[in-house]
Design a protein around this ligand. Structure first.
Ligand code: ZN
Length: 183
C-alpha cells in the first residue's frame, strides 16, 4: 500500500465535536465503519480460502461491534435524538479520497490486512486524542479520553497479532490457480 497518498489525510474531524452529542455521533460513525470494513475483509479472505485472515478479521469486527453497541447505549441513555451527520471514513478501503480498492487484493495476506487495520486503528486513536487535547467541555474531554484509551488497546492488539505474521514474502500476489472470471 502506498502511504504517500495517505499522508495528508488527517484524522482530525472536519467539525470538532462541540458537544457530547457530536462526539458520540462521530464515534458511532467511526466504529460502525470499522465494523463494516472488518466484516468485509473477513468475507473477502473467506471467499479466497484464507481462513486464518478471515477468522482474524471476524474477531476484529466483533470487537468493533461491541464498541458500536456501547456508543448506542450511551446515546440512548442520554436520550439524544436528531444527531448531526458525520463524514468520517476509513482509510484504504474505497474511501472517497483514496479509492484504494487494490488494498483489498484477494490474495492479501493476514499481515497486509493487519497493517491496514493498524493504520486505521492508529488513525482512530489519534482522532480521539486530538479531541481530548483540544476540548474545553469536560464531558467531551472525558469521553474522548476513554475512547482514545480503547483505541490504544486496539492498536496494541493489532501490533501483537502482527508479531505472529512474518513480513510478506515476495510473490505474494502470484496465483498459480487464478479464479475463472464469470459473468
Ligand atoms: Zn478500534
Amino acid at each position: 500500500m502506498s502511504n504517500k497518498q495517505h499522508k495528508n489525510l488527517s484524522a482530525r474531524p472536519a467539525l470538532e465535536p462541540q458537544s457530547i452529542a457530536q462526539l458520540l455521533t462521530q464515534a458511532l460513525a467511526l466504529e460502525t465503519e470499522a465494523t463494516a470494513r472488518y466484516a468485509e475483509l473477513a468475507e473477502v479472505m473467506h471467499s479466497h480460502n484464507n481462513l486464518d485472515a478471515a477468522e482474524l478479521f471476524s474477531r476484529m469486527a466483533g470487537i468493533e461491534q461491541l464498541h458500536v453497541e456501547q456508543i448506542r447505549q450511551q446515546i440512548s441513555q442520554r436520550r439524544l435524538t436528531d444527531l448531526p451527520a458525520t463524514h468520517y471514513r476509513w482509510v484504504g478501503l474505497e474511501g472517497p479520497e483514496t479509492t484504494d480498492y487494490a488494498d483489498l487484493h484477494y490474495l492479501m495476506t493476514p499481515r497486509q490486512g493487519l497493517l491496514l487495520a493498524l493504520l486505521n486503528e492508529q488513525r482512530a486513536r489519534d482522532y480521539y486524542v486530538n479531541i481530548a487535547d483540544r476540548s474545553s467541555d469536560p464531558e467531551v474531554l472525558e469521553l474522548a479520553r476513554e475512547l482514545a484509551q480503547e483505541e490504544r488497546e486496539h492498536v496494541q492488539w493489532v501490533e501483537h497479532w502482527l508479531k505472529r505474521y512474518p513480513p510478506t514474502e515476495e510473490g505474494w500476489d502470484h496465483d498459480d490457480d487464478p479464479p475463472i472470471l464469470q459473468d
